[in-house]
Design a protein around this ligand. Sequence first.
Ligand code: GLN
Ligand code: ZN
Length: 758
Amino acid sequence: MSKNYIVGFPRIGEQRELKKVLESFWAKKVPFGEVKKVASKLKKRHWSYQKDAGIDYISSNDFSLYDNMLDTIILLGAIPKRFEDLKDEELYFAMARGDKTHTAMEMTKWFNTNYHYIVPELSLQDSFKANAKKIINEYLEAKELGIRTKINLIGPLTFLGLSKRDDRDDTYELFGKILPVYEEIIKEIGKLDDDITLQIDEPIFVKDLDTKVLSLIKTTYDRLSNVAPHVKIVVSTYFEHSNEATKILVNTPVWGLGLDFLYGKENMESLEVIAKSGKKLIAGVVDGRNIWKNNFTQTVKLLDEIAKTVSKENIIISSSCSLLHTPFTIKYEKNMDDEIKSWLSYGVEKLGEISLVTKLFFDGTKSLNKEELTLLEENKKANQNRKTSEKIHNQKVQNRVKNLTKLQRDTVFEQRIKIQRKLLGYKDLATTTIGSFPQTPQIRKARREYKNQIISKEAYEDVMKNYIDECVAFQDEIGLEVLVHGEPERNDMVEYFGEQLSGYGFSQNGWVQSYGSRCVKPPFIYGDISRPKPMTVEWITYAQSKTDKIMKGMLTGPVTILNWSFVRDDKPRDEVAKEIAVALSDEVNDLQNAGIKIIQVDEAAFKEGYPLRESKIPTYEKWAVENFKLCVSSAKKETQIHTHMCYSEFNDIIKTIEAMDADVITIETARSGNELLKIFKEVGYKQEVGPGVYDIHSPRVPSVQEIAKQIELLLEVLPKEQLWINPDCGLKTRKWEEVKPSLKNMVEAVKIVREKLN
Ligand code: GLN
Ligand code: ZN
């Protein structure tokens, strides 16, 4: 009997083979045939990993050359008109990345993960048509190797729900056009075998559903289940509970439901209706999106709890979501501290865990062979060790966090800003930048060589200081008013701080796909966080010593540091954020004591951390705001605190942003004009605002007139006393040839506008 299951497996390859071959192909160094060869090698390897681990339901069609939402667009023939002239791989990659004559499709984050999917563009004018080639081929590819896979498919309601459309009112009509295409596809799938499992992913069901979507669930799954009754449909959700949808799905003929019991504990409330329906429950109980070893005792306990309601023979044990969101395998981590390594488990290791949990739950310890018993023993030890290890538990940190008395700044904004304006003496429409300047090959090389001990600390610092000198001189020369040091010493805005905080770990090969061929290697928080010594003070004070103007200190905020790391699972996230905030508050204090008058605390990922369910938002907002405030609580009233956020949609969260109580916020608005800014006026936003006046994501140099016009538009919405003038975001991805004229033009534009105002 089949007892366990994987929602999906990562595809980029344990040595990022897919990334490498794709990039060679895009650079025209290898033909497309090479990509196909690597792809089939990878699929084969991934299937054998799953098979060898003893997984019963192994997936196909979870592989993708770029993105599985993009694959679904092809599958449904939902290709936007502008790509009409293309076909095959040329079409596929043009949709994903654009080419000389085609703009790429948009890309956005997949729920609350850091994976980005291609956003479907749908229009009622389109005619959709099934193209199931990829699904069929991948199934047959596996079958040839003796593996009958479960097929993965993104569901129609999620596909529709995540699409971009001309008109949000066309849901029913679009649905009417798309559903028959899905039926067509299932018919094709039905021809593949006489017994076949089809996983239909509907993660949209974990959001607060609007009535339209809710009203479509029953029809959809009645119809899809009736196409070919021997195709057993599992509707799979993850990252949260999907109780509303479950209630409906139990009254359709689907075969099973896949639920996440780790990130959607409320799914427990659905057990009764599931039990009554007699459907299979694919129980997501092994964490698919973190890197910690499973705790078998806890997992079996959870399964026992589930089994009180749903009968054991209807339970199938699964990962909580696709393993796409976790790195591949721990086996390449050669430099990691052994103790820390013993706490971790990546994708391949998680397969082993699922398999072991299956035996433990269904047959008990006595069913384990010697190897498995050793594994279990090791696992117990590792989990025990995590509870007591000195690397994790720092009494000093815990005491300090527990006994905090100062949680925010003493003075209110209205008072602070008067003092700051007088002391700092900046004008209305003060000019500044967001922090980083172009990361040149020279500074990257110096960082790399210093890390690999090829050059000395002195040599490295010389390169950095020279770069800072140039940045400061340039800013001085063009007349910017609040300067930055340029961040040459930072590889990444989170990693840089992680590397200097105790309690943080780094992997060598912990790559996770972010989009297409791009992977990220998030650092991980394993222990109590503390700051052994100042992290930025030397660089910033050095930069300050080179100018009479104000040098802005630059930090990454606690919420962003948390959201861009793998976080320990043995402590609530808000408590971890608090420890980071306390460490950062010491940095803020050290900076101001060293004479730094303005400090920017970036919260680029503040919005990203928002929960999927409306009802959970207030709790998140509360601790996110509290920890930001805690982090700057050490700032004196004379010290001006800036923050920066990388997006423009503030409508829902404007009051929360205001509650963070930063003196100045710089934000991204260049691409959306001042439409989105109106909200600041509507709510009577108090603090100062620097809406980006040009788009740094493009290499184009904006003209003086253009920027001046943009500033005038801003002035229609906000008074000059409240406005700062700056680019959209940091400049590290740009070239100096672009940055220099752009900033010059920005300063020039401010001059013109100021003259007019006088
Ligand atoms: N200070 C950072 C920089 O300028 C901010 C980056 C970001 O917001 N993503 O690069
Ligand atoms: Zn930004």
